[in-house]
Design a protein around this ligand. Structure first.
Ligand code: PEP
Ligand code: MN
Length: 360
């Protein structure tokens, strides 16, 4: 698959003067719930209503969705509000039922994207359809696997495609439910600048207070839209309660987010600047992570040295590192003076860490 302008035709045809917004509950729970949320969203920027009908749960025993019955509720919401409707499909039977019930937009869940077999089956069931299919990233941070899924649909003649960034799973506990690893969608965007890219801040965050900032970062990075879990009673939602926001909050967020279109006087300049700044923020966070990981290793070295009663400062090793890093730095366009300064600071911090653990 190559990048082609046509990849974004479907989105252009939506003719929006703001980012695409897909709102609605994690899961369809009752007919009243689906229809009520649709009415609450219908006059907002959200033009597509989402609701999970079949819910892939990591562990069995959680709410697994209402099943095909919920499609009728989505259909009624569509008729009453004029919104487009979207749901997750995870096998060929889901595709058939969703299409029969007038579902406009299909999405592929993160747990499906990990499996080329499943993706292939779903893609074949979708052969030739015009409905947009949005492909969530796989749960593991693997750009090829994500792109591979997109290509499987493309080669099954599904040309209205998009991707959803929903973060990546880690064993480590972080403030996010799924870490954003922004570098991955940025790389994807560099390869396929015209493939619509949508952020799912809800599943990255796992908690509602992080949703706004994640959405702003995405818009600064030129994402095309947002898919946000929305429920009138988030705390009592049957699934993903902590991350859902009310329709009112979503409307407020859309007012408060700086959307590229509204940026003042010199629009092109501001747009570029915001995008580059968002990229710098991503790089800075990566730097911090790497530095903190490096110091954790220093702590381990400190412990090992203390056990052996060995001196913390080992000049020979330090000079070797410094010489090597200056040479490698030069190859990457970093001056000797800068490498010296930065490595002295890193070395000093590392010694401080080792001293601290040696004392404890
Ligand atoms: C969802 O959108 O409700 C969902 C299950 O998402 P994901 O596949 O990203 O976990
Ligand atoms: Mn969910």
């Amino acid at each position: 698959m190559e990048n082609k302008k046509e990849l974004r035709n479907w989105l252009d045809e939506y003719n929006l003067n703001h980012p695409l917004v897909i709102g609605g509950p994690c899961s369809a729970e009752t007919e009243e719930q689906v229809v009520k949320i649709a009415h609450q969203l219908k006059d907002s920027d959200a033009t597509v209503l989402r609701a999970g009908i079949w819910k892939p749960r990591t562990r069995p025993g959680n709410f697994e969705g209402v099943g095909a019955l919920g499609l009728k509720w989505l259909q009624r919401a569509k008729e009453e509000t004029g919104m487009k409707i979207a749901t997750e499909v995870a096998n060929p039977h889901h595709v058939e039922l969703a299409l029969e019930h007038g579902v406009d937009v299909l999405w592929i869940g993160a747990r499906s994207t990990v499996s080329p077999f499943i993706v292939q089956d779903i893609a074949e069931a979708c052969r030739g359809i015009d409905n947009p299919v949005l492909i969530k990233n796989p749960i593991n941070p693997d750009l090829s696997l994500w792109l591979g899924a997109v290509e499987r649909f493309y080669t099954c003649d599904v040309k209205n495609l998009g991707v959803i960034h929903r973060g990546f799973s880690t064993y480590e506990k972080t403030k996010y439910r799924n870490i954003p690893e922004w570098q991955i969608p940025i790389d994807l965007q560099n390869r396929f600048p015209d493939l619509p890219l949508i952020l799912d801040p809800s599943h990255i965050a796992g908690r509602r207070d992080l949703i706004f900032d994640l959405s702003q970062t995405a818009l600064d990075l030129n994402f095309d839209g947002l898919i946000v879990e929305t429920h009138y009673d988030p705390d009592n939602a049957w699934s993903d309660a902590a991350q859902q926001i009310t329709p009112e909050t979503l409307v407020q967020h859309m007012k408060d987010l700086k959307i590229r279109k509204e940026i003042g006087v010199d629009e092109a300049y501001q747009r570029t600047l915001n995008e580059l700044r968002a990229k710098i923020d991503v790089a800075d966070n990566q730097l911090l992570d790497v530095l903190s990981k490096r110091m954790k290793i220093s702590d381990e070295i400190g412990k090992a040295k203390a056990k052996q009663n060995v001196a913390i400062l080992q000049s020979k090793r330090w000079n070797e590192i410094l010489g090597k890093m200056i040479l490698e730095g030069e190859e990457k366009g970093l001056s000797e003076e800068f490498m010296l300064r930065i490595y002295k600071a890193i070395h000093q911090e590392s010694i401080n860490h080792q001293k601290k653990v040696a004392k404890s």
